[in-house]
Design a protein around this ligand. Structure first.
Ligand SMILES: C[S@@+](CC[C@H](N)C(=O)[O-])C[C@H]1O[C@@H](n2cnc3c(N)ncnc32)[C@H](O)[C@@H]1O
Length: 204
């Protein structure tokens, strides 16, 4: 046996002992300590961005608004909800022409501001309320008449909420869009170039 391997082994022994010491000294860091060391989550701390509207704003022409309220046979004891209320013309007309309480729900704060301005100009602020909310999450249970000008796909998506939250007998009127094969309207009318549809929430 030559002396070279023996000399190499003697040189390496202290280094191997050092490495073993380092391995023995390692301890896992507890989760809380790790969390404290992390920078704050910028996404969790920023305000929630408002949700994009599901459909753009297009106002219902006034003759169609009047026909929708007539098709629903709005009377003095009704409470009307317009889901996606835009500039508020349907609730404002319901309050002005029928003297009833009316609520508009819109996700866009600009529309809510316009609607409040229109209610003020029409002198119906006592009867009309506009709420900046997502119509799919809003409490609509007190409505006796619901008006819609959304899209067919949104009407279909909204149908389970309408059927479960509205009382039997509540009328639903939609401008331009039906509920596909999911729910046949009980009446349909043609006004100018628009079609309007009527459903009534059935007994459970
Ligand atoms: C076609 S416009 C109808 C406006 C009004 N109902 C009318 O007939 O003149 C649809 C409105 O729905 C609103 N909208 C869209 N998605 C919404 C949502 N998820 N919740 C509440 N409003 C929404 C839009 O901002 C827009 O004002």
């Amino acid at each position: 046996m030559t002396l070279k391997p023996l000399a190499s082994l003697l040189l390496c022994l202290p280094l191997m002992a050092c490495a073993q010491e380092a391995i023995d000294a390692y301890e896992p860091v507890a989760n809380e300590d790790a969390a404290e060391a992390m920078p704050a989550d910028p996404v969790a701390e920023s305000p929630r961005p408002p949700r994009e509207p599901d459909v753009i704003y297009v106002p219902t022409p006034q003759p169609v608004v009047d026909a929708m309220l007539a098709l629903a046979e709005v009377g003095p004891n009704d409470v009307l909800y317009d889901l996606g209320s835009g500039d508020g013309r349907i609730p404002v007309t319901a309050a002005r022409e029928h003297g009833i309480r009316a609520i508009g729900i819109d996700i866009n704060p600009t529309r809510i501001a316009e609607a409040n301005e229109n209610a003020q100009q029409a002198g119906v602020t006592e009867l009309v309320t506009f709420r900046e909310e997502d119509l799919f999450e809003a409490d609509i249970s007190e409505a006796t008449v619901v008006t819609l000008y959304l899209l067919q796909s949104l009407n279909v998506k909204l149908r389970p909420k309408l059927l479960s939250e509205l009382r039997p007998g509540t009328r639903i009127v939609s401008h331009a869009f039906d509920m596909a094969n999911e729910w046949a309207p009980e009446r349909t009318e043609q006004v100018d170039n628009s079609t309007i549809y009527l459903w009534t929430v059935p007994e459970r």
